[in-house]
Design a protein around this ligand. Structure first.
Ligand code: SF4
Length: 213
């Protein structure tokens, strides 16, 4: 299926002067495109090899990522690492990033509870995500969860019907659609969790197979 990309040619022109991920990250550190920079500790930009075939896109940094400044280092990140390994993918060879680069949360006493980014925040931050992909030119982008899918392909493409499929946006690398690993951590029923985890690894295995083609 060929579909329109959410982040398009206008974006490519705007970031034409950023020629490396390091330069882009430096620009993003001063970003005020939405309000999320105000309460977060720091920006959490993507990381990984620039000569990569696979880019993994999550939703946004969590509490631990916000403190460390690195993506996917909390519980969901550790689970992702294990599932990638089972699927035959080495995280060190993937570039890992998020649709939204600053942590959005609600303060409850001393705890900072994850708050879902809204459509406006995702769209504004898609500017950076599109720029990362423009520079990296991977063979495949894997969207982990609905926010990443929305950032890349807009509101018409839904996670449930497209899960496990590879989509082909115009003028963009192909996109493999799957869930966010934090979803697995929220499932209470053990059998359901096992089933969903197996399906997640199977989706990641498709990414490994695509890379090898
Ligand atoms: S979340 Fe994204 S768009 Fe919003 S301030 Fe941070 S980097 Fe900029």
């Amino acid at each position: 299926m060929t579909i329109a990309a959410n982040v398009g040619p206008a974006l490519a022109r705007e970031v034409a002067n950023a020629t490396s991920i390091g330069e882009l990250r430096h620009q993003a550190e001063g970003c005020t495109r939405c309000d999320l920079y105000r309460n977060a500790t720091q920006i959490v930009f993507g990381e990984g090899p620039v000569k990569t075939e696979i880019v993994l896109v999550g939703e946004q940094p969590g509490d631990q990522e916000d403190v460390s400044g690195r993506p996917f280092v909390g519980p969901a990140g550790r689970l992702l690492d294990r599932c990638l390994e089972e699927a035959g993918l080495d995280r060190q060879r993937c570039y890992v990033t998020n649709a939204v680069k600053h942590f959005k949360f609600t303060q409850r006493g001393k705890r900072r509870l994850h708050a879902k980014p809204n459509a406006g925040e995702i769209k504004r931050c898609a500017w950076w995500l599109g720029a990362e992909i423009n520079i990296l030119q991977p063979k495949l982008v894997v969207t982990l969860g609905a926010s990443a899918l929305y950032a890349l392909l807009g509101p018409k493409v839904k996670l449930t019907p497209e899960r496990g499929h590879i989509l082909y946006p115009a003028n963009r690398p192909p996109v493999l659609v799957t869930i966010h690993p934090s979803y697995l951590l929220r499932i209470r029923d053990e059998a359901d969790q096992r089933r969903q985890r197996r399906d997640f690894v199977s989706d990641l295995h498709k990414a490994a197979a695509y890379r090898s083609q």
